[in-house]
Design a protein around this ligand. Sequence first.
Ligand SMILES: *Cc1c(COP(=O)(O)O)cnc(C)c1O
Length: 348
Amino acid sequence: MINFNLNSLIRDNIKTIKPYSSARDEYKDITDGMVFIDANENPFNTGVNRYPDPQQTQVKKRLSELKGIPTNQILLGNGSDEVLDLIFRVFCEPYRENIITLPPTYGMYDVLANLNAVDNIEIELESDFQPNIEEILTAAHTHTKLLFLCSPNNPTANSFKAKRIEELINEFQGIVVIDEAYIDFSKKESWLSRLDEFPNLIITQTLSKAYGLAGIRLGICYASQEIISVLNKIKPPYNINQLSQDKALERLNAVDAVYNEMKTIITERKKLRKALKSIRFIEKVYPSDANFILVKVDDANQRYQQLVEQGIVVRNRTNQPLCDNCLRFSVGTEAENEKLIKTLIQLL
Ligand SMILES: *Cc1c(COP(=O)(O)O)cnc(C)c1O
């Protein structure tokens, strides 16, 4: 983006806000033998009687090693959902400004837009599920602050073409958020390696999918140091609890196991796609860069019900634009996938 001026995009109340200063913000140099009576904590040890590190130093340090991004360009949230909400709050003035999303896509962007009283301009993807650059740039105007690109996209499972993403980052006069929740399952490279080229780029990732930690709620935001420091100013002081920080660190220190699981899921995805193609009433199996597969069936509502009756719960996406009669299957274990296929074969 030419002539990028971050300050002109930030809401006035955020520019002047004075962040809450926690006890652990004011005194950080924790060494053994010191007495901490500054935070009204209970002194008796439960393992979690102390407030957690508000800056999640260790988790960020490990992420920084793994991803090659400095810790001051990382912000953690209580799931990507919190990260995305913070982004709305920094950039979008309620009742006045708007965002652009590209349906069919992740439902939370629209929920967060409504929550923040921000208009959501929806520009449908093209029939091949790629962003329509011309329409997006025509729809954007001075009050359009954020553009959400989910790549690989949920529920379509495809990645957007790099050239289109790059053109959008260059031409859009606001902040571009690339949601890379499924990037670990994709052959495409993450935009993290190009973060420093684009001052208006925010990349979000999560430990919920490839890292198998949906239960601890840990979302990750990567951006310029300037953007991260503004987000930091308004995040709840202790937004990542101690148990989540511990579990995240444990998993990030065992990446070999994580990579093995990812590989297995990708192998299973390939097998599952092939098997799905042979099912009589499945009309189309879309390519997948994620840990789920979108299929078009003869009657999604009927097939959804039949599967539930057989104890298999899938996601019915038939009411989404471009997703007529589409079901979304997450890739399960080998046994789960076999059960799915066996059940599908037997449906009338
Ligand atoms: C699952 C998913 C996320 C993850 O959200 P968390 O709040 O981190 O669990 C983010 N974006 C998309 C597109 C997803 O499908």
